[in-house]
Design a protein around this ligand. Sequence first.
Ligand SMILES: [Zn+2]
Length: 89
Amino acid sequence: MRILQKYRMRTPSTGREVIVEAQPGVEYVDRETGEQLQVIAQLLPVAPTPSELPWAVENLRFCNHCDQLAQKDLNDCPVCGRRMDPLET
Ligand SMILES: [Zn+2]
């Protein structure tokens, strides 16, 4: 069972987005710029939930670094944090 709620957060200056399992009362900052991340959206399903799939399978891809599922609209893998190769069109 996942207890922590996942949030989509954005770095204001770069527009870079990450998925964070946020703990209450903790501030999250961009690891490169040190800026405080802005919360963009709460991911569904809302915690607590046994699901780790915030989106449908059609919208997921495999990270080319860690081979875990990641959302297609992300540039950086939410699991290992590395930049994924561009999607083939
Ligand atoms: Zn990865």
